[in-house]
Design a binder for this molecule. Structure first.
Ligand code: NIG
Ligand code: FE
Length: 425
């Protein structure tokens, strides 16, 4: 099966020589082709160029050719959402109301809400219920343009339930056309039965959970919530070292609530990414500059919890790359809409549309270890793209916040969603 998209108003984020990420000044570079065509065969991008499309016999090949006319529309590489917790049971709007009344995220957590609340609900839910709820969320983010997504465990807080979450993620990998990067987040919060015995819980993560996760090959990455009131730098060090012995590369929660040392401990262990980063100063920026770690910002959580916004302009000016992800979870960011993240990037972090697009595509792909195959339109990369509705410029994507500008979704070289099906004949 081959697909030719022709008369594309503008083909976005094309690369002749693919880069693994965009950093510093390069984040404002975005290569595009106006009046373009894109050819996909099997699950790969074969070629692209300027109209007219020269037919070298594809039309008569054994694959057959579907032609899509994209006049007035643009084609983007699918979004790469490198940080989510989208396997969870139920929702937490009660806490949302508490937040409106003035309680902080940490106060809610101390009262047994927050992550512990989701852990109780997850414990009661069956694997099938979790799969069903997560599939709904995955189908929704597909329609908003996401093509690859990281999903964490972390609402288990004991061996059995953590394994249940990771097995659900494995099932999702078989059920969805999305590419999923699985992360083990055993140390997300200390369960109430370990109150005052946090060291014992850390040992449980190290001695029982990590070996089991590794033996069933259920995760590629390891995460720790290294922050004030959650896990210390020392505990994080122990957990990351244990994970690295099993080949689990760190991708950690850091500096959301304080200058926690999380960024430094992540970089010391060659983390693929450090995420949140609301509390980032010059020392943290200097440390990241010496690393291969992707600083990842989660605008949805900062917005939903009304936190300070990470100093993204300062980071980019210093020469750092920045990725942006949704953090889709029931407590701090109950949305996986990456188009909203794109708008937040421009509005709240003062990123240019080009920088924001790089943050949610190639840099997000890097933060999942997937940038060789995802995150841009390049020959040989996975054919994960979306066609927009007719839009005047690509800056319209972040500008027109709140509405869905995605018209057609192609994942693994197949049309997965086409909004014209929704239109009356
Ligand atoms: O990324 N910060 C830690 N974990 C999640 C929130 C999880 C929850 O509240 O359920 C986050 O914001
Ligand atoms: Fe998170």
């Amino acid at each position: 099966m081959a697909i030719l998209i022709q008369n594309i108003k503008e083909l976005i984020q094309v690369e002749d020589a693919p880069q693994i990420m965009a950093r510093g000044a390069a984040m404002s570079q975005l290569q595009t082709i106006q009046n373009a065509w894109l050819l996909v065969e099997g699950d790969r991008i074969i070629d692209f160029g300027k109209m007219p499309f020269i037919d070298f016999g594809i039309r008569n090949s054994e694959f057959g050719l579907t032609v899509i006319d994209a006049a007035g529309k643009m084609v983007f590489p699918s979004f790469c959402d490198s940080h989510t917790h989208l396997v969870y049971a139920g929702s937490r709007e009660i806490e949302y109301i508490d937040k409106i009344k003035g309680f902080s995220y940490e106060e809610i957590a101390k009262r047994g809400g927050g992550i512990l609340n989701s852990a109780r609900r997850l414990h009661e839910a069956s694997e099938d219920q979790l799969v069903e709820q997560a599939m709904e969320r995955l189908n929704e983010i597909i329609m908003f343009g996401t093509g690859a997504v990281e999903i964490k465990s972390g609402y288990g807080l004991n061996l059995e339930d953590e394994m249940k979450m990771l097995r659900v993620i494995r099932k999702l990998q078989k059920l969805t056309p999305l590419t999923i990067a699985p992360t083990f987040l055993g140390a997300h919060a200390v369960p109430s039965e370990y109150k005052g015995k946090q060291g014992e819980f850390v040992n449980l993560v190290i001695n029982e959970m990590i070996p089991q996760v590794a033996s069933e090959k259920l995760a590629s990455y390891i995460d720790v919530f290294c922050d004030r009131g959650f896990f210390t730098v020392e505990e994080t060090t122990k957990i990351l070292e244990a994970g690295l012995k099993y080949g689990l590369r760190p991708k950690i929660h850091a500096n959301e609530l304080d200058y926690s040392g999380g960024i430094q401990v992540g970089v010391r262990h060659n983390a693929l990414s450090v995420d949140h980063l609301e509390f980032t100063g010059q020392a943290e920026i200097d440390c990241l500059l010496e690393s291969e770690t992707m600083p990842t910002i989660l605008p949805g959580a900062a917005f939903f919890l009304e936190m300070a916004y990470a100093p993204v302009r300062q980071m980019i000016t210093a020469g750092l790359p920045v990725a942006m992800a949704s953090d889709f979870n029931p407590g701090s960011s109950p949305s996986g809409n990456m188009q909203f993240i794109l708008s937040m990037a421009c509005i709240k972090y003062r990123m240019l549309p080009e920088e924001a697009i790089n943050a949610v595509t190639i840099n997000g792909a890097y933060a999942m270890g997937l940038s060789k195959d995802y995150g841009s339109i390049a020959r040989g990369k996975k054919a994960n793209v979306f066609i927009t509705k007719p839009i005047p410029t690509y800056a319209f994507m972040p500008y027109a916040y709140g509405s869905n500008k995605v018209d057609t979704v192609i994942l693994n070289g197949e049309v997965i969603f086409d909004s014209s099906y929704l239109k009356p004949d």
